[in-house]
Write a protein of this length. Structure first.
Lengths: 716, 400
C-alpha cells in the first residue's frame, strides 16, 4: 500500500537499449524525428482496474497520456498503453537522454499514481516506437456514445487492426448502398478532419458518410482531407497514397462485399477498424508496435461495448472477431510475449460475457532458415560445444537481431554462449561473451572502439532467460561503422551438469519449450517502406534445402539445428488467440511459406509441441495464380495478395458468418470456436494436420458471376 | 544481342536515344573486350559504333544509300557548267582551331579528345621484389597506384562476392542492361531527355569510353583472376569478360561519369533545383553500378574501390580540360592486401568518401594526397564539348 514498497523500473530491453542507446546512430526506419512522442506499454506486477488509470498526468518534463482504455465490467489488466509527450523545452535531446527522462519521470509518476490503487505493484515500462508529433492531440476528449437504436437485432462485430484502411471504400457499404458498414475507424496517423483521439483521428459511420457526401465519392480527396494521402512529406509513408495496401486487402477479405452483390444479412455485421501508423508497420525490430496494437485492441473492445449497447438486444451475447494480420519472429513463443499476454487478458475477460476471437496469421517465414534449436543430442555429438552460423547479408540497411531463449528453469550459467564474428571483419575481439545479469545487462560489440552491435542478457518478464544479439546494418549511408556482412558464428558450450532439458509436458498437457531455441527477427522491407531491410538467416550444413528429387525441402532434416517447424509468429502464441496458416487452394497443400508450430519426438513419433496452427485458409489459388484477390485502396481496384495475412481474415469472416447464423453458445475456449466452423480435415499433405490444422474452405462471398471481384480473379 | 533488347528498349525510353541499337553493338564492347576492338580499330565504322550512337545513324544512312546518291548527284552536275571555278572566296580554314569541333561528327571528336587525353596519360608497371606496382599518371603526376591482389586477399574477397549472390533476383535486370553502357542510368536523375541534351550525352558517352580505356592497362598489369576462377559456385549472371578483374572497368566508368556529371551540375547556372540531392543520387548510382558487378559474380569489392580511384581522377582531368583549368587530382594509392582492405566490402559510405576530397572517413587500404596539375595546353578541345554540355545542363533551370 505504501509507495515505499513499490519498485519502479524500466524493462530496458535489448531492443530499446540498442535502438535508443548503443545503436541509436544507425538508421531505424520510423525513428528519425526527435520531436515525436515516445510510447510504451506499462506492465504492473498485479492487475490494475483500467478505469483507475488517469487519462493524463504531468511530470517535470512533460505529460503522460493514455488512449481509450476498455473499462467495461471492471476490467483489470497488468498492461496498459501510454505515450509520453514532452514539453518543448525537453525536446531535442538525444534519444537516449529522452529515454532516460521518460523512464525516470514516467515510472515515478505512474507508480505514485497507481500505488494508491493497488498494494505495492511493481511497474515496468516497455518502451516502443514513437508516434508522430503531428498526430498527437493532447487535449482530446473521447467521442460521444451513440443513442440506442430503436430496433435492436442480432449482430456480430468484426474488427481489423492493419495499415492502409480505406474507410471510404464502397466494398464496405451496406447492401442497399446507403452508407458505410464501418461503425468506427481509428486512423492512428490521421492529422486532420475526423474526431481527434489521443493520437490520430476517429471516423465514425456518420463522419465517413458525411465525408463521402462532401467529396462526392472522391476517395482520394477524402483521404487527402484526412491527412492520410498526398501529404507531401517524403518521410511519412501513406499507404493510402498507393494503389494497394495491406489493410485494404485484409479488410476486404474480412468484410468486403462488391457493389450489387451484397447480402442484406451482412448489414448486421458491424465493422471496427484501426489503421496503424505506417511507420510503426515499417519498423523491423519487432518491439515497436506493441503500444499501437494494444491501444488498438482496447479501442476495439471499447467501441464494441458501444455498438452492443446501441444495436444489440439487451442481454444478448455480441460476438467480436478481431483480425490482426501482423507478425514477427522474435519473442518467447510460449504465449508470454508482452503483447500476447496483454491480449490474452483482454480476450479472457470479454469471453466471460461475449464470444470473442482474435485471429492472427502464423507467418510467412517457414522456409527462411530463421529458427534453430540446439538439443542435448547436438551437445552429445559435439563434445559439449555446438556452433551455428548466422549469415548477415551485405547491403542490409537495417539492424539485424537474433534471440536465444533458454528453456524454463535454466539460466545463462548453464550454457555459455559466445558470438564469433567473421575474421575478415577485423572486429576488436575474436569472440564476444554475453554479459552476466541479475535481470538485464547489455555489452557492446566493437570495431575500432566503435559499437557495431550489442549483446544482451535478460530475464524476460521475470520468466525465461534470453540472450539477444543486435548487429548494426551492413550498409550505412553516413560516416558510421557497418557490421561486417558474412558468417557470424554462435558457439554454445554446455556448462551444466546433466542433460539439457528437451520438450516436456506441463501439468495441463501443454508442451514446455525445450532445448536452446534461436529465432532471427523478421527483417524485411514492409509494403514499400524502402527501409533497405534484408533478412539474415542461419546456415546449417545438416539442413537439407532440397529433397532428393530436387524440390525445395519442406520438412526438417534429422539432426539439423535449423528448423522450419517452430517458425510460428512470435505474436501468435497466446493461449486464447486463433493461429491461421495458408494453403494452396488447388492442391490443398500448405503454402510453402506458411509458418508452423514446433514438433518434438515422443516415443518415436513426431508430435506437436507448443502453440500450433489451428486453422488454415487459402492463401494461394494455384501455382500459376498466386495469392487471393482482394480490394485495392480505391473502389473498383483489386490485387492478388499472397501470405498468411490473406488467410487469417477468411477465417475471421467464416466465424462472423457462423455467428450470424447461430448466435448462441458459451464460446469460452478455442475449441468452441473451431466447433463453430464448417471445417474440413484431411489433405494430400503428409504434414498437413501438424502444419495447417483444420481447413476453412473459401466460401465465395459473391452472388453472381458478373461480380467485379470474380472477373478480376479470372484475369490475374 | 536480342537477349538485351527488352532491357534496352526500356532504357531507351528513359534516355530517349534511339542509338541503342548501336549501343548494343557496344555491349560487346562493354565488357572491355570491345575496347580492345576499338584500339585495334576495324576502321571508322567500328569506332562510330562506339562513339557515334544516335548522331551517327544518319551518316550511315547516307553511305547505305550509296550508289543511288552518287548517281543522282552526277546527274545534276551539268547544271554548274563546265568553266573553271575562281579561287574560293571564303578563304582557308584556320589551322588547329578548336571551333572546328563543330564541323566534325561525334566519332571524329571522340578520336581527337582521346588522343589529346592520351598525350598526358601514362601507365607504368614497376616490378618490385614482392608484388610490383602499377601507376597511372597524367601530365607527369601519378593519380592512382596499385599492387596486385594476393591469393590470400582474393580468398577473402571471393567470399564477399558469394554473399551478394542472394541479390541477383533484385538486380538481375539492371545487371544485364548494364553490360552495355551505363550512361542511361544517370539520365533520369538529371531530368534531361536525350533530345535536348545532345552534347551532354556525347560527353558522358565519351567519358565512359575514355574511363574504360584507362582501366585496361591497369587490368593488364595487375593480372587478377576473376571470382569464378576461384569459386565454381559463383556461376556469374553474365559472361565473364576475358580481361583481369582488378580494377573494375564498370566502377572506373561509373565513377568517372559521376564525377563529370556532378562537376557540371555544380558549375551550372544558379537556379537548378536540388543540386545536393541530385549529387547524392548520382554518387549512389555510380556506386550501385559498381556493386551490381559484384552481385553478377564478375568483380570483387576491391575491384570497385580500385576502379573508383581511377575513374574519379579521369573525371577530374576531363573536367579540368573542359574548363581549361588546373586539374585537382586525388592521388590515390590502393593496397588491396592491406589487412583491413582484404576483408572490406565496398559500400556507399566508401564511395562517397572517395568522391569527396574533404572526407575524413578512412577507406581500407587507400591513402590519398591532393595535387594540382596544370594541363599541357591552355586551349583544350575538351572545352568545346564541355561548354555545350553545360548548356544542356542549364536547361534544368527552374526559370527556363
Amino acid at each position: 500500500m505504501t509507495p515505499a514498497t513499490a519498485h519502479v523500473e524500466c524493462a530496458d530491453g535489448p531492443y530499446e537499449a540498442w535502438v535508443y542507446g548503443t545503436g541509436k546512430g544507425y538508421k531505424h526506419p520510423g525513428l528519425d524525428r526527435a520531436s515525436d512522442a515516445l510510447t510504451c506499454v506499462f506492465e504492473a506486477s498485479e492487475p490494475v482496474e483500467m478505469c483507475d488509470i488517469p487519462g493524463r498526468w504531468s511530470t517535470d518534463k512533460g505529460e503522460v497520456l493514455t488512449p481509450v482504455l476498455w473499462t467495461a465490467r471492471g476490467f483489470k489488466s497488468r498492461f496498459a498503453p501510454a505515450l509520453f509527450f514532452e514539453d518543448d523545452a525537453a525536446r531535442g535531446g538525444t534519444p537516449a537522454g529522452r529515454l532516460q527522462g521518460f523512464n525516470a519521470c514516467v515510472g515515478q509518476t505512474a507508480i505514485s499514481t497507481l500505488t494508491s490503487l493497488s498494494p505495492g505493484p511493481r511497474i515496468v515500462s516497455h518502451v516502443n516506437y514513437p508516434v508522430r508529433e503531428q498526430t498527437v492531440f493532447c487535449d482530446w476528449a473521447d467521442s460521444a456514445e451513440p443513442d440506442p437504436d430503436s430496433d435492436p437485432e442480432g449482430i456480430v462485430i468484426v474488427a481489423i487492426i492493419d495499415d492502409g484502411i480505406p474507410f471510404a471504400h464502397r466494398n464496405f457499404t451496406d447492401a442497399a448502398g446507403r452508407g458505410t458498414r464501418i461503425d468506427y475507424c481509428w486512423s492512428q496517423s490521421a492529422t486532420q478532419a475526423g474526431h481527434p483521439m489521443l493520437f490520430g483521428r476517429e471516423y465514425d459511420k456518420a463522419a465517413i458518410d458525411a465525408l463521402y457526401q462532401q467529396y462526392e465519392g472522391d476517395e482520394g480527396a477524402i483521404y487527402h482531407a484526412a491527412g492520410l494521402a498526398g501529404g507531401g512529406d517524403p518521410n511519412v509513408r501513406n499507404p493510402l497514397d498507393q494503389a494497394f495496401s495491406h489493410g485494404a486487402h485484409v479488410l476486404d477479405s474480412l468484410a468486403g462485399q462488391t457493389p450489387g452483390n451484397g447480402e442484406a444479412k451482412q448489414d448486421r455485421v458491424h465493422i471496427i477498424a484501426v489503421d496503424l501508423p505506417a511507420m510503426a508497420s515499417a519498423e523491423t525490430s519487432g518491439f515497436g508496435k506493441d503500444m499501437f496494437a494494444l491501444s488498438a485492441m482496447h479501442y476495439i473492445f471499447d467501441r464494441a461495448e458501444r455498438i452492443a449497447a446501441a444495436y444489440a438486444k439487451p442481454g444478448a451475447r455480441v460476438p467480436l472477431i478481431v483480425n490482426l494480420s501482423y507478425g514477427h519472429s522474435s519473442g518467447p513463443h510460449d504465449g508470454n510475449g508482452v503483447i500476447e499476454a496483454a491480449f490474452d487478458e483482454m480476450i479472457a475477460a470479454r469471453r466471460a460475457h461475449h464470444p470473442t476471437a482474435v485471429v492472427l496469421p502464423s507467418g510467412n517465414m517457414f522456409m527462411q532458415s530463421i529458427h534453430a534449436v540446439m538439443t542435448e543430442q547436438h551437445f552429445a555429438e559435439a563434445d559439449g560445444a555446438v556452433t551455428l552460423d548466422w549469415f548477415l547479408p551485405p547491403d542490409d540497411r537495417t539492424s539485424s537481431f537474433l534471440e536465444i531463449w533458454f528453456p524454463d528453469g535454466l539460466t545463462p550459467d548453464d550454457l555459455k554462449v559466445e558470438l564469433v564474428p567473421p575474421a575478415h571483419g577485423l572486429m576488436d575481439a575474436g569472440h564476444y561473451g554475453f554479459p552476466s545479469a541479475d535481470k538485464v545487462a547489455h555489452s557492446p560489440i566493437t570495431k575500432g572502439d566503435q559499437p557495431v552491435g550489442q549483446l544482451s542478457t535478460q530475464q524476460y518478464r521475470d520468466g525465461r532467460w534470453r540472450h539477444v544479439v543486435a548487429l548494426a546494418p551492413t550498409d550505412v549511408l553516413v560516416d558510421q561503422v557497418p557490421a561486417p556482412a558474412g558468417r557470424w558464428m554462435v558457439r554454445v558450450t554446455k556448462t551444466m551438469a546433466g542433460p539439457l532439458p528437451g520438450y516436456t509436458e506441463g501439468p495441463d498437457g501443454q508442451s514446455l519449450a525445450g532445448g536452446l531455441q534461436f529465432w532471427i527477427q523478421r527483417d524485411e522491407d514492409f509494403g514499400g517502406a524502402r527501409s533497405g531491410a534484408r533478412q539474415s538467416y542461419f546456415i546449417d550444413p545438416k539442413n537439407a534445402l532440397y529433397t532428393d528429387d530436387g524440390r525445395l525441402a519442406e520438412t526438417d532434416s534429422p539432426g539439423a539445428l535449423v528448423r522450419r517447424f517452430g517458425t510460428m509468429s512470435g505474436m501468435a502464441t497466446g493461449t486464447h488467440v486463433l493461429r491461421i496458416g495458408g494453403y494452396d487452394e488447388t492442391t490443398l497443400r500448405a503454402a510453402r511459406y506458411s509458418c508452423a508450430g514446433s514438433l518434438r519426438s515422443k516415443d518415436g513419433d513426431t508430435v506437436p509441441a507448443g502453440a500450433q496452427v489451428q486453422l488454415s485458409a487459402a492463401s494461394e489459388r494455384s501455382f500459376t495464380q498466386p495469392g487471393i484477390v482482394g480490394a485495392g485502396t480505391r473502389s473498383g481496384t483489386y490485387i492478388a495478395q499472397s501470405g498468411t495475412s490473406s488467410a487469417a481474415p477468411q477465417v475471421a469472416r467464416a466465424l462472423a458468418d457462423a455467428f450470424l447464423d447461430t448466435p448462441d453458445g458459451e464460446m469460452k475456449t478455442v475449441a468452441d470456436y473451431l466447433e463453430k466452423l464448417d471445417l474440413k480435415t484431411g489433405t494430400g499433405d503428409p504434414k498437413g494436420p501438424d502444419r495447417l490444422g483444420l481447413f476453412v474452405l473459401r466460401a465465395p462471398h459473391v452472388s453472381g458471376s458478373d461480380d467485379e471481384r470474380m472477373r478480376v480473379e479470372r484475369m490475374v | 544481342m536480342s537477349l538485351f533488347g527488352p532491357f534496352h528498349a526500356g532504357h531507351a525510353g528513359h534516355a530517349g536515344h534511339a542509338g541503342h541499337a548501336g549501343h548494343a553493338g557496344h555491349a560487346g564492347h562493354a565488357g572491355h573486350a570491345g575496347h580492345a576492338g576499338h584500339a585495334g580499330h576495324a576502321g571508322h565504322a567500328g569506332h562510330a559504333g562506339h562513339a557515334g550512337h544516335a548522331g551517327h545513324a544518319g551518316q550511315t544512312g547516307v553511305y547505305a544509300a550509296g550508289g543511288a546518291v552518287q548517281a543522282s548527284t552526277m546527274a545534276v552536275v551539268h547544271l554548274a557548267g563546265t568553266d573553271d571555278f575562281p579561287v574560293f572566296g571564303g578563304g582557308t580554314l584556320t589551322p588547329n582551331a578548336t571551333d572546328h569541333m563543330g564541323r566534325y561528327g561525334q566519332d571524329v571528336r571522340s578520336m581527337l579528345l582521346t588522343m589529346e587525353f592520351l598525350e598526358g596519360f601514362r601507365s607504368v608497371y614497376t616490378p618490385e621484389p614482392d608484388a610490383g606496382r602499377l601507376s597511372l599518371s597524367w601530365a607527369g603526376t601519378d593519380f592512382a597506384s596499385f599492387v596486385p591482389a594476393s591469393a590470400e586477399t582474393l580468398a577473402t574477397q571471393v567470399n564477399l562476392v558469394r554473399y551478394y549472390l542472394d541479390q541477383r533476383g533484385d538486380r538481375g535486370a539492371e545487371i544485364v542492361a548494364q553490360t552495355g553502357g551505363v550512361t542511361e542510368f544517370f539520365a533520369p536523375i538529371i531530368a534531361l531527355p536525350a533530345a535536348r541534351s545532345k552534347h551532354l550525352t556525347e560527353l558522358l558517352q565519351f567519358v565512359q569510353h575514355l574511363a574504360g580505356l584507362c582501366s585496361m592497362p591497369a587490368k593488364h598489369a595487375l593480372a587478377c583472376r576473376r571470382p569464378d576462377e576461384l569459386d565454381s559456385r559463383l556461376v556469374p549472371l553474365i559472361p565473364t569478360p576475358s580481361h583481369g578483374s582488378l580494377p573494375s572497368g564498370h566502377a572506373t566508368q561509373a565513377s568517372a561519369i559521376s564525377t563529370v556529371l556532378v562537376t557540371l551540375l555544380e558549375a551550372a547556372d544558379p537556379g537548378i533545383s536540388h543540386v545536393a540531392e541530385r549529387r547524392d543520387m548520382i554518387h549512389a548510382t555510380g556506386h550501385r553500378i559498381a556493386v551490381n558487378r559484384t552481385v553478377a559474380g564478375v568483380h570483387y569489392p576491391i575491384d570497385s574501390a580500385a576502379g573508383f580511384t581511377i575513374g574519379i581522377n579521369v573525371g577530374r582531368i576531363i573536367a579540368a580540360l573542359g574548363q581549361n583549368a588546373d586539374a585537382e587530382l586525388l592521388k590515390f594509392s590502393f593496397d588491396p592486401n592491406d589487412t583491413a582492405a582484404q576483408g572490406a566490402d565496398f559500400i556507399l559510405r566508401d564511395a562517397k568518401a572517395l568522391f569527396d576530397p574533404a572526407s575524413t572517413t578512412p577507406i581500407a587500404g587507400v591513402s590519398v594526397e591532393r595535387a594540382t596539375v596544370a594541363p599541357p595546353s591552355a586551349d583544350s578541345k575538351f572545352a568545346w564539348l564541355w561548354s555545350r554540355a553545360l548548356d544542356d545542363i542549364n536547361h534544368l533551370r527552374a526559370s527556363a
